[in-house]
Design a protein around this ligand. Structure first.
Ligand SMILES: NC(=O)c1ccc[n+]([C@@H]2O[C@H](COP(=O)([O-])OP(=O)(O)OC[C@H]3O[C@@H](n4cnc5c(N)ncnc54)[C@H](O)[C@@H]3O)[C@@H](O)[C@H]2O)c1
Length: 439
């Protein structure tokens, strides 16, 4: 198919019917349950949880019934946000690190949004599943492979939906590319690249050079050196490469640079005598992980948070018929793009293959992905349907934390567990199916 044909062809003519066979997409609102409200508790109302809460308060089918935080002032401020938005004020639970258990037991919410520190995500999520509460948990949903398995086993046994709130899976550009990949426009997907490149050193060390944040403590107390924040990078990759639905990760090899970035920053800001100017940090500046898949594909995942640089995810997706480069905002489709082996602009394709999730646009946090993702999550809870992302995709993104650490420590490739226990061979893609394209 030539370029002009791709860009002129209407969505109705672009059939991905095989993908769409079977049940309705899990993320479709259930029109058979008008007026159904989802009663939601929010655990952890710091920076992220408060942002999510603001979006929740704008949804007509969400009622925040409880907010919970270690700090009373944060929980009360969160409750006030709901009241100021004209919603009933949620109950406040605070100052007890196990108060969330009371929230589950007393309030019996339909769903919980978890936006606490990393070490509590898996426990809070598993307990919610046991109590029949749908889970929407911040990233990563688990920091160890054992906790990944715990979540899979609990979700499968209880049948309660469990989703990691990976907002970059819902980006407009990433979903338009997903449509194009599902139409076969890039051929068979072979290689991907992605990164979490976000300079975090000034944010945590600028005050006094100590860097005493929960994130830094989490890494230092465990002596970690790993790809500790991989899910924003991997979110779209999992859907582009049909991971858990036709393919799976089989192996990971990771390598880390030495740690210099924090030392250099502290030396410049606070002088050579500050303890962190020379401290030997466990976590390397840049981690590179290579994932292999059962079908012979490779994915490179970078973590890059200690060296000065602008934010980037560096998404690249290469198939047998074309390549997409997010950082260049460009695409090349073999035999379709106007000039051989020359990039063309991505923007017209993003318009043309706009995903149904974005048909009415979305504005707000993280390029509109936060309100969109929460709307889809709440719709699924109100309709008692599966969440837009499932437990298997949630843990496969998160397991990279633990597995990359093992690989770096042992300086060898490490086997990637099959969290679907073989079901990936027959599972069909379910995420973000685009019904408008049913031919
Ligand atoms: N998806 C995204 O774009 C995005 C962006 C930022 C942060 N995050 C994630 O959100 C989570 C929170 O990050 P943050 O930046 O908001 O941190 P934060 O420190 O601002 O907020 C965390 C809150 O959780 C509370 N908390 C911790 N343990 C608790 C417990 N046992 N019970 C009740 N409350 C508890 C803390 O008191 C704090 O207020 C992290 O997992 C982070 O990775 C995701």
């Amino acid at each position: 198919m030539k370029r002009r044909d791709f860009l002129k062809t209407g969505p109705a003519a672009l059939s991905v019917a095989p993908l769409l066979a079977g049940a309705a997409p899990a993320d479709e609102p259930d029109e058979g349950r008008p007026g159904g409200k989802a009663r939601i508790a929010v655990i952890g109302v710091g920076s992220r949880g408060t942002g999510l809460l603001r979006s929740l308060c704008r949804l007509p089918n969400a009622e925040v019934v409880a907010v919970c935080d270690l700090y009373r002032d944060r929980a009360e401020a969160a409750a006030k946000i709901c009241a100021d938005a004209g919603a009933p004020a949620p109950k406040v639970y605070a100052e007890d690190e196990r108060a969330w258990r009371e929230v589950y037991a007393r309030e019996k919410p339909d769903a919980v949004i978890i936006a606490t520190y990393w070490d509590s995500h898996a426990e809070m999520s598993a307990a919610a599943l046991e109590a029949g509460i749908h889970v929407g948990c911040e990233v990563p949903i688990a920091m160890t492979v054992d906790d990944c398995w715990r979540l899979v086993e609990t979700a499968e046994r209880t049948g309660v939906p469990c989703m990691m709130l990976e907002n970059w899976s819902f980006r407009r550009d990433n979903l338009a590319l997903l449509n194009m990949i599902r139409l076969g426009m890039l051929g068979e997907m072979m290689h991907g690249h992605c990164a979490y490149s976000h300079y975090g050193v000034p944010g945590s060390y600028k005050a006094d050079g100590r860097g005493d944040t929960w994130r830094n403590r989490y890494i230092a107390e465990r002596g970690l050196n790993c790809n500790y924040y991989p899910t924003h990078a991997l979110g779209p990759i999992v859907s582009w490469f049909d991971i858990n639905a036709g393919d799976r990760f089989t192996e990971i090899y990771s390598a880390a640079t030495a740690a210099r970035g924090v030392n250099d920053f502290v030396r410049r800001e606070f002088g050579p005598d500050h303890p962190n100017a020379t401290r030997a940090f466990s976590q390397g500046d840049v981690v590179t992980s290579i994932l292999k898949t059962a079908n012979g594909k490779t994915i490179v995942v970078n973590l890059d948070t200690k060296l000065p640089r602008p934010y980037a995810n560096r998404w690249l997706a290469a198939g047998t018929r074309g390549v997409y480069d997010e950082e260049k905002a460009s695409i090349y489709l073999d035999g379709v793009s106007p000039a051989a082996e020359a990039w063309e602009p991505w923007a017209p394709y993003e318009e043309k293959y706009n995903h149904r999730f974005w048909s009415q646009g979305s504005t707000g946090g993280h390029m509109g992905t936060d309100p969109l993702m929460l709307r889809l999550f709440v719709d699924s809870v109100a309709a008692r349907r599966p969440t837009p992302l499932d437990v298997h995709d949630s843990v496969v993104m998160s397991a990279v934390v633990d597995l990359s650490g093992r690989s770096i420590k042992e300086n060898r490739p490490v086997e990637f567990p099959d969290f679907t226990r073989g079901a990936w061979k027959t599972r069909q893609p379910y995420f973000a199916l685009d019904r408008r394209r049913e031919g």
